[in-house]
Design a protein around this ligand. Structure first.
Ligand SMILES: *[C@@H]1O[C@H](CO)[C@@H](O)[C@H](O)[C@H]1NC(C)=O
Ligand SMILES: *[C@@H]1O[C@H](CO)[C@@H](O)[C@H](O)[C@H]1NC(C)=O
Ligand SMILES: *[C@@H]1O[C@H](CO)[C@@H](O)[C@H](O)[C@H]1NC(C)=O
Ligand SMILES: *[C@@H]1O[C@H](CO)[C@@H](O)[C@H](O)[C@H]1NC(C)=O
Ligand SMILES: *[C@@H]1O[C@H](CO)[C@@H](O)[C@H](O)[C@H]1NC(C)=O
Ligand SMILES: *[C@@H]1O[C@H](CO)[C@@H](O)[C@H](O)[C@H]1NC(C)=O
Ligand SMILES: *[C@@H]1O[C@H](CO)[C@@H](O)[C@H](O)[C@H]1NC(C)=O
Ligand SMILES: *[C@@H]1O[C@H](CO)[C@@H](O)[C@H](O)[C@H]1NC(C)=O
Ligand SMILES: *[C@@H]1O[C@H](CO)[C@@H](O)[C@H](O)[C@H]1NC(C)=O
Ligand SMILES: *[C@@H]1O[C@H](CO)[C@@H](O)[C@H](O)[C@H]1NC(C)=O
Ligand SMILES: *[C@@H]1O[C@H](CO)[C@@H](O)[C@H](O)[C@H]1NC(C)=O
Ligand SMILES: CC(=O)N[C@H]1CO[C@H](CO)[C@@H](O)[C@@H]1O
Length: 434
């Protein structure tokens, strides 16, 4: 019987070179169950084999890859792209081993933007990745939080997961703990749904601020179209979800964000003389707990200085048709901001030089508490003023003295609706993330 199944596996084009022998599924595809290598040693090899054997279904069939309810140690990079019509079940935990930091610095894979790199490049068409609420990616990032010691965008520090070249796919019911760096990026992809995702990148030593997590974004989208984020919880120290260059038709809804910076559009405009856009982003039914902002938009200045990731500027393009509705704020700093001051390694100045245009932005139904008297700071660029910024039904209270926050600070804003600018920004925030 076993022999028959193995032969069937070969017949279906699969290679049974691993501990994960493909078996036939009822639908005529093949299924691989991944068994962890004994003694907590690196299971990346058996995972790679499972994806080779079962990652690509024949036309008209679906394959399956099953991770059991156990722990899989991963101590080397994974590059599993070009998958086709496969259902991946993660019942247990994928646990990254960072004991050899130099290994990761030498081997992490390019993820396609800002010279950044990743521990796992993953992608294909017609994929479901299901965690049933239990499946967990544990980046064991504390080793990285200690190693980088607060340095921003440490070169070749790996991101957790890069979803690349992916279409018509769903990621669901997954937990991401202590990502090594950015948690996940959806890049060169379209028609992807990510729902019921829990991200918690809390530094074990972070309480004393000895090892801040730095750059542990919840999710980023780049060169991505029609991406939905639904029912996310993100607790981190950086952007919760961040649509960046060429993100179009993005929906973020029914989500809760804790302690980080909130939803971030951008940064963008980082590449000199390069045209990039953000178009049609809707964020609705969002609760922000003690984040910096409910949402914010950040662009680089018009003056190019240094190289990505920590330098850049001089890009152009636009962000338009941006809708933020039904936000509940719990003790956040400001409801919303725009800054066009992002600058080489956090330098100041040149806030009026960006040619990147921000327009058609609508904010409605914001309630809850903020920590300052400033509802919003709109620091737009004189070289390309923001236009059509509309606020409606903003009902906020100061979290300590319960007064109504009054300030709407503006620079280079044309056609504002629903508010009157009360004065210029009282300080420059270049939003460069340490
Ligand atoms: C998975 O294993 C853990 C203990 O290792 C157990 O508590 C849990 O109930 C298991 N989950 C399922 C769905 O069997
Ligand atoms: C760590 O990784 C480096 C680079 O891949 C390798 O040369 C070295 O042997 C590894 N060290 C250990 C202890 O495995
Ligand atoms: C993804 O789905 C869309 C819409 O159904 C379809 O047009 C497209 O061909 C699919 N992509 C691939 C790579 O099959
Ligand atoms: C957008 O993606 C979803 C999957 O999240 C898909 O159901 C829908 O058909 C896509 N829309 C278009 C216009 O392709
Ligand atoms: C994240 O983890 C920390 C540390 O365990 C915990 O205190 C916090 O409540 C978690 N956040 C969420 C939103 O679950
Ligand atoms: C904007 O994106 C949403 C998904 O968030 C989509 O349903 C809608 O059709 C898009 N609008 C346009 C004009 O493309
Ligand atoms: C809003 O999001 C929360 C999750 O944060 C969810 O429980 C609730 O059902 C959503 N409300 C609506 C109207 O969809
Ligand atoms: C980004 O989008 C713009 C506008 O559609 C396009 O001109 C540009 O080529 C895109 N860039 C990349 C790298 O896809
Ligand atoms: C990033 O890559 C570009 C080439 O694409 C290079 O010129 C630049 O020096 C790199 N920056 C860093 C910080 O490595
Ligand atoms: C309430 O607190 C804010 C700062 O959080 C301050 O700007 C404002 O003046 C205070 N209002 C009153 C009436 O004390
Ligand atoms: C803005 O100021 C004008 C003139 O004082 C006033 O009529 C209008 O009601 C104000 N708008 C808001 C939203 O406060
Ligand atoms: C709720 C949760 O998953 N908390 C995790 C956050 O990260 C710490 C380590 O910093 C873990 O110990 C918690 O289990």
């Amino acid at each position: 019987m076993l022999l028959l199944l193995i032969l069937l596996g070969f017949f279906l084009g699969a290679h049974a070179r691993t501990t994960t022998k493909p078996t036939a599924t009822q639908s005529g595809g093949v299924s691989c169950t991944v068994r962890p290598v004994a003694g907590g040693r690196d299971s990346a090899g058996v995972i790679r084999n499972a994806f080779e054997s079962c990652g690509s279904a024949k036309a008209g069939h679906r394959n399956r890859i099953v991770f059991e309810n156990t722990t899989y140690t991963i101590a080397s990079v994974l590059d599993t792209t070009g998958l086709k019509d496969v259902d991946i079940e993660l019942h247990g935990t994928l646990s990254w081993d960072n004991s050899n930091i130099s290994y990761w610095l030498e081997n992490s894979l390019p993820m396609g933007y800002q010279n950044q790199s990743t521990a796992w490049r993953f992608g294909g068409d017609g994929i479901t990745f299901q965690g049933y609420g239990a499946g967990t990616f544990n980046g064991n990032g504390d080793a990285w939080y200690r190693f980088i010691n607060g340095r921003s965008n440490y070169p070749r520090r790996p991101h957790q997961l890069t979803i690349t070249g992916t279409t018509n796919s769903t990621f669901e019911g997954l937990n991401f703990l202590q990502s090594q760096m950015w948690t996940m990026t959806v890049i060169h992809s379209s028609n992807v749904l990510l729902q019921d995702i829990y991200v918690n990148n809390t530094s074990k030593t972070g309480v004393s601020n000895l090892a801040p997590t730095v750059n542990t974004d919840g999710a980023d989208t780049i060169y991505a179209n029609n991406i939905t984020f639904r029912r996310w919880i993100v607790d981190n120290g950086d952007d919760a979800i961040s649509p960046k260059a060429n993100s179009t038709n993005i929906l973020i809804e029914d989500s809760q964000f804790y302690r980080g910076s909130g939803i971030a559009l951008g940064s963008i405009g980082q590449y000199d003389d390069t045209f990039e856009i953000i178009d049609n982003v809707t964020c609705r039914n969002i609760t922000s707990h003690r984040t910096k902002y409910g949402a914010y938009i950040k662009t680089w200045t018009g003056i190019n200085k240094g190289y990505p990731p920590n330098g850049g500027g001089g890009g152009y393009g636009y962000a338009q048709n941006l809708v933020f509705e039904d936000f509940k704020l719990v003790d956040v700093q400001k409801a919303f901001t725009i800054t066009q001051c992002t600058n080489f390694e956090g330098n100041k100045g040149d806030c009026d030089t960006s040619k990147f245009n921000i327009r058609n932005v609508s904010l409605s139904d914001f309630s809850g508490t903020i920590r300052t008297d400033i509802v919003t700071t709109l620091q737009c660029s004189a070289a390309s003023p923001c236009r059509n910024i509309e606020f409606s039904n903003i009902v906020l209270e100061n979290s300590s003295n319960h007064t109504t926050p009054r300030q709407y600070q503006c620079d280079s804003v044309k056609r504002a609706a629903g508010f009157n600018c009360t004065g210029p920004p009282d300080g420059e925030d270049n939003a460069f993330k340490k």
